[in-house]
Design a protein around this ligand. Structure first.
Ligand code: PEP
Ligand code: MG
Length: 757
């Protein structure tokens, strides 16, 4: 049975279009189940009907012509309840609807199962038999399993038709929506330019090298050529992205160095393998190991390696460079967008980005946010390869791509684009204004830095401090643990640029979804495992080097605060404090004129919420990491798209926890900030100031939006809203109440619909 299932799915998977996929299904299922009829009915929303799309056993001329209204017949009933119906005598059922011209009157028994994809019923798979008998449990289970496995393939084939502007039954259609997730907000209208990796590494055969020395030399010239390309790209994107992001291209170039990837390839060539094969082998090994990592960020490095090695392969294959023609209003589309694909496109023509793979945490999404390009990620059903030159709408607010946009829809989106431009222009005017409510309550807006933002951009947006410097970012960009001196230089740069404003440096927060390539952590449940402070307390040498670097970097500036991540108990805090004191004493003994900095804890575990009072007593400040707090309170993996709809910082449990933390910490007289993504959501920010948060720390790109909203509400309005929200029992209702309050305060629609993690 399992073999049969597998082989049917495989065959259907390789079908060239929807019709042939459906024909394969009906033929193979009829014979596998040894029945007389197998048919597929698909929902065609444009005509509100289930259309008989393929059949073996019913009359051929009925196929494509016969249809049932959505509420008609047994097919309609299966679709409505999204459950199988198994009858020995279908014609006696009250919902039976005789389909003329199909010849189905000969068949008594009926088994229909729904075809469900992403909770939506796409259609119904039916088998029928002359003999009056119920299909047995095994047959029913087979059909259900098959239908579940085929739904994705059918959805994909339907989507391919939709790209051509056709509904499942071939009617002309417009405004087809392909859901994904938001990578960067904003909307764009334009034409698709589809980009592919340069050469296909997976196709390279392993052959012996004819002349090893010649092969090594040739490989080295190709590497040099790619290194030159990388340097060109590095120059080309200057001023378009933050310096840290730009450094990525240097990291790429370094990966090719003799002591890294390049060396491994040469070693393999020396074993007698030709250069292309050696490269493909080494690339494959690295890609597989990165792809198996649970950390989204590191998985992206697999894409980087593929991209980089494909470039080398391109030169090895001595091909002419492929010229991509970028149109005005380019929407860049790829199965897996890479930072270099983005860097190669001319900025002035680039309006939007679509990546079939990846999520809001992908490298490219992070870059897109800093560059302000509307982006949709994870459009898994989008047949991207057929999009070249097609007109598209990228809706980065809703995380949707719309193909074949109608005139009316285009007009509507043009209005939104105009509004967007006006909004951004309008926000410029408040850069120098203080962040205070309409009745004069002052709020501090700080920024989160690391890979995502550049300090200069933050200062330009009027940031009043750094609430979270994710120190793991320079660690992630390195090929080994950075030395104390290297860290000192990185930290000094941040502290100097922001001086005299405060810079909150978080100690290394790796593990969970962030492990270092040179320090892999393999665990069954990484989010519940060796993460954050747990790792650094087990490795005091890493912790000490980091603290010493931070303290030394702050000499003469004295604007440093140190923050501890993933705290679950008081021992972790006191052990960390002992190490910080030890580092401080060492430096004093060494004659360094260092000042002991304020030390704070992150509240990001439910356990820490309950221990806020005791933790606050031990430290100088507390900061809530709402990203992890939401994940742990709701037991929803923050990176898993399957449960993404359950992840909401507006869940009443999260709201209650946030309130409890601020109340308890304030009772101890300690300042409280929040540095999760929630702080950058304008609606959430209003709730947070009402709760009493002193500092909201966010990505630089959201700072002016939050400021604008805070300036348009009074503290009374914010407090009323919070009171109202405290009575509500569901995340969606809370979100709506917040939106309504912003609407009443006259806040622009585009500010209300910003995405919350
Ligand atoms: C958080 O968890 O909210 C947080 C700010 O830290 P990170 O997103 O880096 O885990
Ligand atoms: Mg966290």
């Amino acid at each position: 049975m399992l073999d049969q299932l597998r082989s049917i799915v495989q065959e259907v998977n390789s079908a060239r279009d929807l019709q042939s996929a459906l024909d394969i299904i009906v033929t193979r299922v009829r014979s596998a189940l040894n029945t007389q009829v197998c048919s597929v009915y698909l929902l065609d929303k444009d005509i509100n009907s289930h259309v008989l799309m393929a059949s073996q056993g019913l009359k051929a001329e009925a196929v494509g012509r016969v249809s049932l209204q959505t509420d008609e017949g047994l097919v309609g009933l299966v679709a409505k309840y999204a459950e199988p119906i198994n009858l020995s005598d279908a014609s006696t059922h009250p919902s039976y609807f005789y389909l003329q011209d199909t010849g189905e009157e000969e068949f008594n028994s009926f088994l229909g199962v729904p075809i469900i994809h992403h909770r939506a019923v796409l259609g119904v798979l039916v088998i029928q038999q002359r003999e009056s008998r119920r299909f047995d449990e095994g047959e029913e289970a087979f059909l259900i399993t098959l239908s579940a496995q085929l739904s994705g393939v059918i959805a994909h084939a339907e989507a391919t038709g939709a790209i051509q502007g056709l509904s499942p039954s071939g009617k002309k259609t417009e405004d087809t929506i392909f859901p994904g997730v938001s990578g960067s907000s904003g909307v764009a209208i334009g034409r698709a330019v589809v980009v592919f990796p340069h050469a296909d590494l997976s196709q390279i055969p392993q052959r012996p090298a004819k002349d090893i020395e010649h092969e090594v030399a040739f490989f080295k010239t190709c590497i040099d050529a790619v290194r030159r390309d990388m340097n060109d790209l590095y120059e080309k994107i200057a001023g378009h992205v933050a310096e840290e992001e730009r450094q990525l291209f240097n990291v790429y170039a370094r990966m090719l160095d003799d002591n890294a990837l390049g060396n491994e390839v040469v070693a393999r060539i020396r074993q007698g393998i030709w250069a292309q094969g050696a490269l493909a082998y080494v690339a494959g090994e690295h890609v597989r190991s990165f792809e198996s990592m649970s950390d989204d960020y590191l998985r992206e490095r697999a894409v980087d390696i593929k991209d980089l090695c494909s470039r080398v392969l391109f030169y090895l294959q001595a091909r002419e460079p492929i010229e991509i023609e970028y149109q005005e209003n380019t929407i860049l589309v790829s199965e897996e967008l890479t930072p270099s694909m983005l860097a190669e496109a001319p900025k002035e023509k680039l309006k939007g980005l679509i990546s079939v793979k990846g999520s809001g945490n992908s490298h490219v999404a992070i870059l897109a946010r800093t560059m302000g390009i509307p982006t949709v990620m994870g459009t898994v059903d989008l047949p991207y390869a057929q999009l070249e030159g097609r007109s598209l709408v990228v809706d980065g607010y809703r995380g949707e791509v719309i193909t074949s946009p109608s005139k009316a829809l285009r007009l509507r989106y043009r209005e939104i684009i105009k509004e967007q431009e006006q909004l951004i222009a309008g926000l410029e005017g408040i850069k120098e204004e203080p962040c205070e409510t309409s009745d004069g309550h002052r709020v501090q807006l700080w920024v989160n830095t690391g890979l995502m933002s550049d300090v200069m951009q933050s200062l330009d947006q009027g940031a009043e401090g750094i609430g979270l410097f994710r120190t793991e970012v320079p660690f992630l960009l390195s090929e080994r643990f950075p030395s104390e001196q290297e860290q000192y230089e990185i930290y000094r740069e941040q502290l100097e640029a922001f001086s005299p404003k405060i810079v909150t440096m978080r100690t290394l927060d790796i593990g969970g979804d962030k492990s270092l390539p040179y320090f892999p952590i393999e665990e069954a449940n990484p989010f519940l495992g060796w993460r954050g402070i747990r790792v650094t307390l087990d490795h005091p040498e890493i912790f000490m080097a980091q603290i010493r670097a931070m303290l030394r970097a702050s000499v003469g500036l004295d604007n440093l605060q140190i923050m501890l991540p993933m705290i679950s108990n008081v021992n972790e805090v006191s052990m960390a404090q002992q190490l910080i004191k030890k580092a401080y004493r060492e430096l004093v003994q060494e004659g360094v004129d260092v000042v002991y900095p304020p030390v704070g804890v992150m509240i990001e575990l439910p356990a820490a919420v309950y221990q806020t009072s005791v933790l606050a007593k031990m430290v100088d400040f507390v900061s809530v990491g709402s990203n992890d707090l939401t994940q742990y309170l709701l037991a929803v993996d923050r990176n898993n798209p399957r449960v993404a709809s359950l992840y909401s910082a507006f869940h009443p449990a999260v709201i209650a926890a946030l309130q409890q933390v601020v109340t308890l910490a304030k009772a101890e007289g300690k300042p409280v900030s929040i540095c999760g993504e929630m702080a950058g959501d304008p609606g959430a920010a209003v709730l947070l100031i009402a709760m009493g948060y002193d500092v909201l720390s966010m990505n630089a790109s959201t700072l002016l939006k939050v400021k604008s909203v805070i300036r348009s509400v009074s503290m009374d309005v914010a407090k009323d809203l919070l009171e109202q929200v405290a009575e509500l029992d569901d995340a969606q209702t809370i979100r709506s109440a917040v939106d309504m309050a912003l609407y009443n305060a006259g806040v622009d629609r585009l500010l209300r619909s910003s995405r919350t993690h």
